[in-house]
Design a protein around this ligand. Structure first.
Ligand code: SF4
Ligand code: MG
Length: 334
């Protein structure tokens, strides 16, 4: 599989009354063609800021203060607004949780589907119209010809979401960034939308970054998983390893809070405590206040990255002893 996106040491900060506060700290990851990377973590962990950084759509007081975002080898942080506009909606598309904010209420569906095709693909109005109908079909919208003439407020939530996906896919992007795309929808529609993204990923060999707080969603679609906490990447692995051999105490906590579909009576087990605020950050492990395994050194030094398996990384001091044992047994064998 080929690397589509490579993010190296991304730090994104916000200028505030308290000074420059990093919302994302030194985060690295990659996305291959034809795979879904899920970025998971609770609200405020920096996952949306990571995606807005990739799209160069940060609010005015936000800035990328360090790192590079390589898309097909080209560093997006070095591009001008004009150059970035060429890439957005064409090579990289994004879908959001709330389609009403992404769709324009004043224009009908047809117009909003034709626009990106006319701008990026230089299609005629007629060509773009036909392509729009094809796209609506592809995302499972019945009687697409009729829908082309409707306005966003005339559609149900699930239909709006599908229209937004159709627009995002209009120019066959190489990378789709989906930020909590199904959170507002009921379970059946949620499942349909996730299936749809998965089908399109396979059909077009598209890379997908799916941002969610929901481990159930992760279980359904992820090839790889990156877990974020307080603006940092704390664990990353293939989906199988995350669900079967999670290493970080926070990841384990997230998995415990997944409602078991076979066991509806079982209570959720949320992780007690709150994310540390951006401005109270010290050199401690960011999870120290909520971690039941916290040791003295956790409060003094942030843990380095350990590799408990191939392509499995985790930042937790508990790994230190395991790694020592791994290295020692390797020494004995040689
Ligand atoms: Fe818990 Fe320490 Fe690991 Fe942080 S480094 S997650 S405080 S054990
Ligand atoms: Mg968010």
């Amino acid at each position: 599989s080929q690397k589509l996106l490579q993010v190296n040491n991304l730090t994104t900060s916000f200028r505030t009354a308290d000074g420059l506060l990093p919302a994302v700290r030194d985060v690295s990851f990659h996305v291959n063609k034809g795979e879904t990377l899920c970025i998971v973590g609770e609200s405020g962990c920096g996952k949306s800021i990571t995606s807005l950084s990739m799209m160069q759509l940060l609010p005015n007081n936000g800035e990328i203060s360090q790192g590079e975002i390589l898309f097909n080898g080209q560093d997006l942080t070095k591009l001008s607004q004009v150059e970035m506009r060429q890439i957005r909606g064409n090579d990289i598309s994004m879908i959001f949780q709330e389609p009403m904010t992404a769709l324009n209420p004043v224009f009908n569906v047809g117009f909003q589907l034709r626009e990106p095709l006319r701008i990026h693909k230089k299609m005629s109005k007629k060509q773009a119209h036909n392509q729009g109908i094809k796209l609506l079909n592809q995302v499972g919208i019945p009687s697409p010809e009729k829908r082309m003439h409707q306005y966003p407020h005339e559609l149900s939530g699930g239909m709006r979401q599908r229209v937004m996906i159709a627009i995002a896919l209009a120019c066959s992007p190489q990378l789709l960034i989906a930020d909590e795309p199904t959170t507002a929808l009921d379970v059946t529609i949620q499942s349909q939308i996730l299936d749809l993204i998965d089908d399109l990923k396979k059909e077009f060999n598209m890379g997908v970054v799916l941002i969610t707080h929901d481990m159930g969603v992760v279980a359904e679609v992820a090839d790889r998983v990156m877990v974020m906490y307080a603006g940092e990447k704390i664990e990353e692995a293939d989906a199988y390893s995350i669900f079967n051999h999670p290493q970080h105490p926070y990841t384990k906590g997230l998995l415990k809070s997944v409602p078991n579909v076979d066991d509806k009576e079982h209570n959720l087990e949320p992780i007690p405590g709150q994310l540390p605020s951006l401005k109270d950050r010290s050199d401690a492990c960011p999870f120290v206040d909520r971690c039941e395994f916290a040791m003295e050194k956790c409060a003094i030094h942030s843990p380095p990255t350990f590799n408990p398996g191939v392509d499995h990384s985790v930042r937790c001091w508990l790994q230190e002893e395991d790694e020592y044992e791994r290295n020692n047994s390797a020494n004995i064998e040689t």
